[in-house]
Ligand binder design. Structure first.
Ligand code: KIV
Length: 243
């Protein structure tokens, strides 16, 4: 699984053959330049999900439910999930454990597949005292397992496990029957997810668990500076561009 937020990146990641595309609320930081995911709105998610869906990807399309789109009530959760599905999502993802199991159940009962998200849940960063590895103590680890189990019981089709110790992610993966997808939680999950802009080198901050496979920022800077310098020198446009 990899994130994508617009039409061209959806075309590219789908062409690369990923199994699933996530329209993550990480778009707040990597695309909109916000400080956190807390400012991402339903309107943002619907617009970006629709743009990704227009690429008609073969990959399974999951959209994030933004902060406060499901917390207030189960009925709000169903309505928000419905808007994302109308925009083209095939499933929605929401952050949190047992405390939101009733939201997951309500959305599933409305016919919409749900992916859970436990461990580091950036929408709860104030309660978690910032971005730090989760499941460090035995009691934190059993709490995470309990959370993942309650999501499975509520009907979730998969669970993302973010930034936990690898053996905690392994223990959860072994005890669930639905697939787990790790980010920063080691190799013992059924799948892995990363933020596209971290992989291609287009984000301003890359977390330590992400691997960079390209330097897209460098490519863009190089191409645009060559364009600018050719315009200044008169080399562009050449006859082939205006004939
Ligand atoms: O918003 C996002 O990109 C995510 C992934 C990091 C799992 O939730």
């Amino acid at each position: 699984m990899v994130t994508a937020y617009d039409y061209p990146t959806a075309l590219a990641v789908d062409r690369a053959g990923v199994d699933s595309i996530l329209v993550g609320d990480s778009l707040g930081m990597v695309v909109l330049g916000l400080d956190s995911t807390l400012q991402v709105t339903m309107e943002d998610m619907v617009r970006h999900t629709a743009a990704v869906a227009r690429a008609r990807p073969c990959a399974f399309l999951v959209a994030d439910m933004p902060f406060m789109s499901y917390e207030p009530s189960a009925s709000r959760a169903v309505e928000s999930a419905g808007l994302l599905v109308r925009a083209g999502a095939e499933a929605v993802k929401l952050e949190g454990g047992s405390e939101y199991a009733d939201r997951v159940r309500a959305i599933v009962n409305a016919g919409i597949p749900v992916v859970g998200h436990v461990g580091l849940t950036p929408q709860r960063m104030h309660r978690l005292s910032g971005y730090r590895r989760q499941g460090k103590t035995e009691s934190e680890a059993s709490r995470l397992l309990e959370d993942a189990r309650s999501l499975e019981e509520a009907g979730a089709i998969a669970v993302v496990i973010e930034y936990t110790k690898a053996d905690v992610a392994r223990m959860i993966t072994e005890r669930l029957s639905i697939p787990t997808i790790c980010i920063g939680s080691g190799p013992y999950c059924d799948g892995q997810v990363l933020v596209l802009h971290d992989i291609i080198g287009l984000s301003t901050f890359t977390p330590p668990f992400a691997k960079r496979y390209a330097d897209a920022m460098g490519l863009i800077v190089d191409a645009v500076s060559r364009f600018a310098s050719e315009v200044r020198s008169g080399a562009f446009p050449g006859p082939e561009h205006y004939k």
